[in-house]
Design a protein around this ligand. Structure first.
Ligand code: FES
Length: 164
């Protein structure tokens, strides 16, 4: 394709994404949804000695969502948990290069998924959860509920049409 609205880096990761898949027996799982488009992403982490030893993701999202999720896994791998909590959308955008404004929300999904996976790990391992991560978790879960509600409404609507 001659014209692409995406940076070379985004196209590179879209065509050859790294760390796609599921980690069985993951220590933490982050499940997030995108309020604007209804897409969903899951991210799995394995933690060793307080560091992210392994990380994988699956996404039902667009070109940007797939590429930035893959970039995020590379940024986060090997980081200490307290460093990984600080990874933001801006860190991902530094690596991805410019993203069309209408697609910025897709890149937020990846950082949210990581924060949720860390939250899940801390909760399961009964460790204290930083206040900032608790607030982040509430915001993300509220968004996910809305996405799932919209998905359900859409699915019901489709089923009705197919029955006609
Ligand atoms: S349009 Fe849904 S994640 Fe990008």
């Amino acid at each position: 394709m001659k014209y692409s609205p995406y940076s070379k880096e985004i196209m590179k990761y879209f065509k050859h994404p790294k760390n796609v898949g599921i980690i069985k027996n993951a220590d933490g799982v982050g499940r997030v949804g995108n309020i604007q488009c209804g897409d969903i992403m899951e991210l799995y982490i394995k933690v060793k000695e307080n560091k992210i030893a392994n990380i994988k993701f699956q996404t039902f999202g667009c070109v940007v969502a797939l590429a930035v999720s893959s970039m995020l896994t590379e940024i986060a791998k090997g980081k200490k948990l307290n460093e990984a909590i600080k990874i933001s959308n801006n860190d991902i955008l530094k690596k991805s290069g410019p993203v069309p404004p209408i697609k910025i929300h897709c890149s937020i999904l990846a950082a949210d998924a990581l924060h949720e996976a860390i939250y899940d790990y801390l909760l399961k391992s009964k460790r204290s959860i930083p206040e900032v991560l608790k607030k982040e978790h509430e915001r993300i879960q509220n968004t996910l509920k809305q996405v799932e509600k919209t998905h359900k409404e859409f699915t019901n609507f489709e089923e009705k049409i197919l029955k006609k």
